[in-house]
Design a protein around this ligand. Structure first.
Ligand code: 5AD
Ligand code: FES
Length: 349
């Protein structure tokens, strides 16, 4: 059986097979016969599990302070040219209120690792949102913390947690991050989160500096091991105030192929068509949905903060009102042949 058949029939691939698959992804055209079969199967599976529905998440980027210094990221500590902001509790709750009115039933609180927001402050915030919106899911995305802290937030009412692993190869992880960051800590955070009962989102950038096909094969193996409920992938896009300012952006094409492969390996996964896809190509998110993605994450943050939360250059939608983004996204989803729904959109398990 060749690797494409093995993927489609068994939905699992070992390390060598993942590596072989990557060669295929890197050489076959997306419209080629083999790739088309993979995309078709991905779309079939997403429809089997989630029908025509696309779930939507209201993203609230509540602080751009970050104590970390990831080499690729525009809000890294060493970026001194960036104006830093923190939203107040009232501002965050106002975003939720507006989001609820627009039909969002998941709020994603995302921020840099900002020590000003202590674990207790975040727990308090989660508790308030939980009480105000009992029918909504609360997702946190605020980086690496101890198991105790994750537990505190879970008990406060958080349902989901996004923490991309960034790369499953330890040497590559150290290449992308400052030396005080630890690969094993990152991975154990993800397992802690799973263990505590969160719906967990892992993920990686496609085309990050130093990434090889071997690394991507390891990412696919890692995803099969961790079995996260959500996987966020998007192309790497250089940011001018980082050491990777002159690096090349990742390939949209490879991203789309990997979305299809991930859909097959984890058929019931929640898979966003990310903003980075839409930044590389005006139709990137639509293409993502047609490759097997089933989630979109429009921005709910106040427009005055948006342009200050640029992890990479040329990020789209930074000037748009939440309601405009919402309408625009609904149209895009429809154009891709799906329907955006106002539901929590939990993982099917
Ligand atoms: N290009 C693309 N994605 C990026 N991220 C951070 N910096 C960049 C960049 N320059 C991604 C990381 C992070 C997520 C929030 O955004 O994968 O986990
Ligand atoms: Fe924001 Fe289109 S999604 S304007």
């Amino acid at each position: 059986m060749d690797v494409k058949d093995k993927l489609i029939k068994t939905r699992q691939l070992n390390r060598e097979e993942c590596r072989e698959l990557l060669d295929l992804l890197l050489t076959e055209e997306r419209e080629g016969e083999i790739m088309s079969a993979i995309t078709r199967e991905a779309v079939r599976l997403r429809k089997e599990y989630y029908g025509n529905k696309v779930f939507t998440r209201g993203l609230i980027e509540f602080t751009n302070f970050c104590r970390n210094n990831c080499n690729y990221c525009g809000i890294r500590r060493d970026n001194r040219e960036l104006d830093r902001y923190r939203m107040s509790e009232e501002e965050i709750l106002a975003c939720c209120r507006q989001g609820y009115r627009l039909g969002f039933r998941t709020f994603v609180l995302q921020g840099g690792e900002d020590p000003w927001f202590t674990p207790e402050k975040i727990a308090g915030l989660v508790e308030q949102i939980r009480n105000l919106y009992p029918d909504c899911a609360i997702t946190l995305s605020v980086g690496e913390h101890s198991r105790e802290v994750y537990k505190l937030w879970k008990e406060a009412g958080a349902d989901r947690y996004l923490l991309r692993h960034e790369t499953a190869n330890e040497a590559h992880y150290h290449f992308l991050h400052p030396k005080e960051m630890s690969f094993s800590r990152r991975i154990s955070c993800l397992y802690d989160l799973k263990d505590l009962g969160y719906q967990v989102g892992a993920g990686f950038m496609v085309g990050s500096p130093g990434q090889t096909p071997d690394h991507l094969a390891e990412d696919l193996v890692f995803l099969q091991d961790l079995h996260p409920e959500m996987v966020g992938i998007g192309p790497f896009i250089p940011h001018h105030a980082t050491a990777y300012a002159g690096a090349k952006a990742g390939s949209l094409d490879l991203c789309l192929k990997l979305l299809s492969v991930i859909r097959i390996l984890l058929p019931d996964v929640l898979l966003p068509a990310t903003t980075a896809l839409g930044t590389l190509d005006p139709l990137g998110r639509e293409k993502g949905l047609m490759a097997g993605a089933n989630v979109v994450m429009p921005n709910l943050s106040p427009t005055e903060n948006r342009n200050l939360y640029q992890l990479y250059d040329n990020k789209i939608c930074v000037g748009d009102e939440a309601s405009k983004c919402q309408n625009c996204m609904a149209l895009r989803v429809r154009n891709a042949g799906y329907e955006m729904v106002s539901e929590r959109g939990d993982h099917i398990s």
